[in-house]
Design a protein around this ligand. Structure first.
Ligand code: AMP
Length: 282
């Protein structure tokens, strides 16, 4: 497998693809790859001649230094998983200094109301960090398509806005959430759960299923109260936020407009591990 480490190597790789007139799909990740990531890669493989997977734990998007320290790093097994896919994949796994120089700093963006809700409130600075690294990667790699999971739905909307604001010519391909058998959305952080807590984790998805059933018969406040009570009654979960929001603007629903799409969004701690999930409601 072709593992690139520097921006110069990316420049040469890109030039080569251009000479071959090959289309390029980019899948940005922070590694510790699981089946959710691999679905993005498989899709990119179907839709492009070449695929570049980036594996980079981006320090500027961590608003919590402990979270950054604990973040799983498994490069060798990640490469094995990618080798097992039957596809022309290259990997870009740079050092932090290669991407940021001596001091990792995020640029500042204005995402308006998109960043004034949910993750934007509970993880201050997070989206500036995300947008910074995604912008750098897109400008460096110049892919035809870039793949993002709906697992991080707000991130997807933020990236869409950034790409539009900056006029970056790329097609953004959203990919559905891949789940474990019990419904838990796959995430690199799930490996940090103890066995006992892992067995509890499917509760969050079950709750979103209940929310979906109630949507349309009860109003958003009643549903939010139901979610709060269910999580308060659970000994291991601590709710951070729950929102039923417009799937495009991410603003909380008022009166339901049947011509619009809505999603339920949730963030909760299970023990020490922060889980996020979301589900389309209509
Ligand atoms: P991460 O490594 O967590 O930054 O994720 C890299 C990409 O994979 C992001 O676009 C995520 O939204 C996506 N992703 C992570 N987990 C899942 C999942 N369970 N299903 C679909 N996409 C996912």
């Amino acid at each position: 497998m072709n593992v690139l480490r520097t921006k110069d190597e990316i420049g040469r790789y890109r030039k080569q693809l251009r000479q071959e007139d090959s289309s390029l799909g980019l899948v940005p990740t922070m590694g510790a790859l699981h089946k959710g990531h691999l679905e993005l890669v498989r899709r990119a493989c179907r839709e492009n001649d070449s695929v570049l997977v980036t594996i980079f734990v981006n320090p500027t998007q961590f608003n919590n230094s402990q979270d950054l320290l604990k973040y799983p790093k498994t490069l060798e097994s990640d490469l094995d998983k990618l080798r097992d896919l039957d596809c022309a994949i290259s990997v870009f796994a740079p050092e932090v200094s290669e991407m940021y120089g001596a001091s990792p700093n995020a640029s500042t963006y204005d995402f308006g109301n998109l960043e004034r809700v949910m993750e934007g409130v509970y993880r201050p600075g997070h989206f500036n960090g995300v947008a910074t690294i995604v912008e750098v990667l897109l400008r460096l790699i110049l892919p035809d398509r870039v793949y993002f999971g709906e697992k991080d739905y707000q991130q997807l909307q933020i990236v869409r806005q950034m790409v539009q604001q900056k006029g970056i010519p790329v097609t953004i391909v959203p990919c559905p959430i891949v789940r474990e058998a019990d419904g838990l959305a796959m995430s690199s952080r799930n490996t940090l759960l103890t066995n006992r807590l892992r067995n509890e984790a499917g509760f969050l998805y079950k709750l979103l299923g209940e929310v979906k059933k109630k949507f349309g018969t009860k109003n958003a406040n009643e549903i939010a109260e139901f979610v709060r009570e269910a999580l308060t009654a659970h000994p291991d979960f601590k709710l951070e936020y729950f929102s039923i929001a417009d799937a495009e603007t991410l603003q909380p629903v008022g009166i339901v407009d049947t011509t619009k799409k809505y999603r339920a969004f949730i963030a909760a701690y299970l023990g020490e591990v922060r889980l996020i999930d979301n589900l389309p409601l209509n």
